[in-house]
Design a binder for this molecule. Structure first.
Ligand SMILES: CC(C)(COP(=O)(O)OP(=O)(O)OC[C@H]1O[C@@H](n2cnc3c(N)ncnc32)[C@H](O)[C@@H]1OP(=O)(O)O)[C@@H](O)C(=O)NCCC(=O)NCCS
Length: 424
């Protein structure tokens, strides 16, 4: 038994589909009307309904979110909790470890239970997960102290037509993907990793294609259906249901992918075809001590066998999963050869390929990495990703009757986070 393996994830964990932020570069994405808090709330509601636990026994909510993209983002986890149907007496913590926030929420929830100090013994279930709306969070710069009309703007909405000269709006998502410590954007750190590992454009494209092919196969076989809770979108005049992840290509081919221009630097190998898609989504799970589940109900799905977090230089942030995985394997007391299924976030193909090469040195079989596709085909909703990958991994282990799964992702600024889960 590892230190964490008394903590189990319950069957019934659910996620929303992952929806592109734009449709064909023409229309707003299917989830553009939802905030991060609403997406997280939907995931919690679906999870509570599927786990069938007594909601009154949820003692805490821990949810990941990377960026404050809407006016309700400040309330994040608490807003997700009440939207998810939990009472106003349930405390909620928002955690942020950028792209690892969803996995961090699982880790923090488990640590809270294990530490027992702030854990509510009377209400032993903890809801964990993450959500992210990647919709354009614009921020107004150079506004402080400037006049609008007769007064200096203090509170309230600002009419963009009356913005004073010298002010400008910036898309916070795009701008925040540039890391000042690395002096480059996330994608350029992955280009750097590609250079260090001598990864070619052909290899990056082949990996991008593999992601789409595997994701399509998984969707068509109905493997995602057990984890997805469809989302109803009301437009005012009509309503429709979103049941699937929207970025998977039906006809991906190497020929088409190889024609795409580099997206981030001249001569670079990253394109729209081998980078993670920008999508909205949310996911949630219920975790608890196994003996509390035996007492109060719920069906254990997987154990949290180990976890690890590590840091590295920001200019190779994409390599973070490697040292984090070494720690997680050590904490689970297993070696890489015992890992049956890996969910490695594909921030960018060269980044994932560099990690896979080093995973091989740990004994992890490259063929076991992302057999259902990953972020290139399915998208990377920053704060949700770690939670999405955890529940995908747990269901995949059960379906394939395998034992150990690894969930891992890189984190901008130079970190990685990994969880080892064990199917029950
Ligand atoms: C790479 C990136 C800039 C591409 O964004 P984009 O230009 O809006 O991408 P699109 O989906 O519009 O694709 C561009 C074109 O490539 C095409 N395309 C995309 N994937 C393709 C594929 N696999 N095969 C063939 N064509 C493809 C699209 O159809 C589109 O064609 P069009 O211009 O004729 O409409 C964006 O996905 C990105 O920034 N990803 C990384 C996000 C990130 O940094 N996350 C944090 C990680 S740490």
């Amino acid at each position: 038994m590892s230190k964490t393996s008394s903590i189990v994830i319950l069957d019934g964990a659910r996620r929303t589909p992952r929806a592109d932020i734009l449709i064909d570069n023409k229309e707003a994405g299917l989830f553009s009307r939802f905030t991060t808090t609403q997406l997280g709330g939907m995931a919690i509601k679906a999870t509570l309904a599927s786990t069938k636990i007594d909601k009154a026994l949820v003692g805490h909510v821990v949810m990941g979110m990377a960026q404050h993209s809407h006016r309700d983002s400040i309330y994040a986890a608490k807003g997700m909790a009440w939207r998810g149907g939990l009472g106003q007496d349930v405390p909620a913590l928002t955690v942020a470890r950028i792209c690892g926030s969803g996995a961090e929420a699982v880790a923090v929830g488990a640590e809270m239970i294990l530490a027992g100090v702030r854990h509510d013994q009377e209400r032993p279930y903890v809801v964990v997960g993450g959500a992210e709306s990647m919709q354009y969070p614009f921020t107004l710069y150079e506004m402080r102290g400037k006049k609008i009309g007769e007064a200096v703007q203090k509170y309230g909405p600002i009419d963009t037509k009356t913005l004073p000269a010298g002010t400008h709006l910036q898309d916070m998502l795009l701008m925040s993907l540039y890391d000042p410590s690395a002096k480059m954007a996330m994608a350029n750190t992955a280009e750097e990793l590609g250079r260090r590992y001598q990864i070619t454009r052909d290899q990056a494209d082949a990996f991008g294609l593999r992601s789409h092919v595997n994701a399509k196969k998984a969707r068509d076989a109905g493997w995602f259906a057990e984890e997805i809770s469809p989302v109803t979108v009301e437009t005012g005049t009509t309503s429709f249901e979103v049941k699937h992840d929207t970025h998977i290509l039906e006809d991906a081919s190497l020929a088409k992918m190889s024609r795409l221009p580099p997206a981030f630097e001249a001569g670079g190998i990253i394109t729209a075809g081998n980078a993670s898609a920008v999508v909205d989504g949310g996911a949630a799970m219920v975790i608890a001590k196994e003996d509390d589940v035996a007492k109060h109900g719920g069906k254990p799905l997987a154990r949290i066998a180990g976890m690890g977090v590590a840091a590295c230089a920001p200019e190779i942030m994409g390599w973070g999963p490697v040292p984090a995985t070494k720690k997680a394997l050590a904490s689970a007391g297993i070696d890489g050869k015992q890992i049956d299924h890996v969910e490695l976030n594909e921030a960018f193909a060269p980044q994932a390929l560099a990690c896979i090469r080093d995973f091989e040195k740990l004994g992890i079989d490259p063929e076991r990495v992302n057999p259902m596709g990953n972020a290139i085909a399915l998208g990377h909703p920053l704060g949700a990703t770690g939670a999405v990958l955890t529940l995908t991994c747990a269901y995949a282990l059960r379906r394939t009757k395998k034992r150990y799964g690894l969930v891992t992702m890189c984190i901008g600024g130079g970190q990685g986070i990994s969880l080892v889960i064990e199917s029950i």
